[in-house]
Design a protein around this ligand. Structure first.
Ligand code: F6R
Length: 357
């Protein structure tokens, strides 16, 4: 039920801090440490390479997950779009583990890959919101998102839940593999949940930004580097699907290799600059576009911010910024859809779960 909310999407955006806390609880053992079933951990630690298979928003969460598996647990990881993987399979490693990320657990493109890799005899793990879904039933292992039903077609809380659960998977794998913990994930996820709450309380500010940057535009760009690049893809997808504004997310460094030709007077560019290591580079990209007339909205983090940044998120661990930086982007898309009179929860041409290939 959406209760007093005008749309499911807004309700689901608001639920994100509670979802993150529920996930921490669900995967915390009696000693307070994160824990997973032994078989699941075994599958992760046996793998010499992880192949993440997903579509749409779930694949964007997968890109963040890749960073966790590689940087926290030292497991090489590839992210593949399910519709491409089936007929264009890369050379596989000796002991691959396939991780399917799917909110619904019903996406036909992903299921088709699962059927194939099972035939080949490879182990599979599904990260899903729906216990008993097709992908969950047919794969060897399941890890649940605990996000509660997601009704709006545009995925919001499932994306943040997927990122949190992938961080937990990677961190548990790291522990069993004897990789020293780089940070206290339970503690940092708690801080991130509070930061998400803070961003959710800033709706009016996001509505104003949405109006200032998107009222008249036909297109918009999202740029970032590293972690921020992954989130820029998600920001663009969210805006496209519910407001029908043509949006593109891309790596800041790629601008000069073509896309910059599209920048005109007034083109909105959302630039994510939460990562201290690449902050100077992305700010350089912002200068390149504003010199050509773009209107830039810089999203940074306490500690990486500079005067004039339009959105500054609270400080969180640099690896967990996607959980927080995506919130203003979800809200900006929501208000763009609302201002344009679009159907927020049921955008045209889209279905919640895509059960055809
Ligand atoms: C975007 C969106 C879609 C889904 C995609 C995969 O907001 O909802 O891109 O993420 O169709 O769906 P699942 O995760 O159910 O496999």
């Amino acid at each position: 039920e959406k209760g007093t909310y005008p749309h499911y999407m807004l309700k689901e955006i608001d639920e994100q801090p509670a979802v993150l806390r529920k996930i921490i609880q669900a995967y915390q053992g009696p000693d307070g440490n994160l824990q997973l079933e032994d078989e699941t951990i075994g599958a992760l630690t046996r793998a010499d390479r992880i192949y993440i298979i997903a579509a749409g928003t779930s694949s964007h969460a997968g890109l963040v997950g890749k960073e966790y598996f590689e940087k926290l647990a030292g497991i090489p990881t590839e992210v593949h779009i399910s519709s491409e993987f089936g007929y264009n399979m890369p050379l596989l490693s000796e002991r691959p583990l396939f991780i399917f990320i799917s909110q619904s657990g019903e996406t036909a493109d992903s299921r088709q890959v699962l059927v194939k890799v099972k035939e080949m005899g490879h182990p599979s793990l599904t990260v899903t919101n729906v216990a008993g879904s097709t992908l969950s039933r047919e794969s060897d292992y399941t890890v649940l998102l605990h996000a509660g039903p997601e009704i709006a077609v545009a995925s919001t809380k499932a994306y943040t839940a997927q990122i949190a659960v992938l961080a937990i998977l990677a961190s548990c794998a790291a522990e069993v593999k004897g990789h020293p913990a780089q940070f206290d994930l339970v503690h940092e996820l708690g801080i991130a949940a509070t930061a998400v709450e803070t961003m959710i309380d800033r709706k009016e500010e996001m509505e104003t930004i949405s109006f200032d940057f998107l009222e008249m535009t036909r297109n918009a760009f999202f740029i970032g580097r590293g972690m921020d690049y992954h989130v820029s893809l998600e920001g663009a997808l969210k805006l496209k699907e519910i407001s029908y504004i043509q949006a593109e997310g891309f790596a800041g460094g790629e601008l000069k290799h073509g896309t910059i030709a599209l920048i005109e007077e007034g083109t909105p560019v959302f630039a994510l600059a939460t990562q201290a290591a690449v902050s100077a580079n992305i700010r350089g990209n912002v200068k390149e576009v504003t010199a050509r007339g773009a209107k830039a909205c810089i999203l940074s983090m306490e500690g990486t911010e500079e005067a004039g940044d339009r959105i500054v998120i609270p400080a969180v661990h640099p690896m967990l910024t996607p959980l927080v930086s995506v919130i203003p982007l979800q809200l900006i898309s929501y208000y763009a859809s609302l201002h344009r009179g679009c159907d927020v929860d049921q955008p045209r041409n889209l279905a919640k779960s895509v059960t055809v290939e």
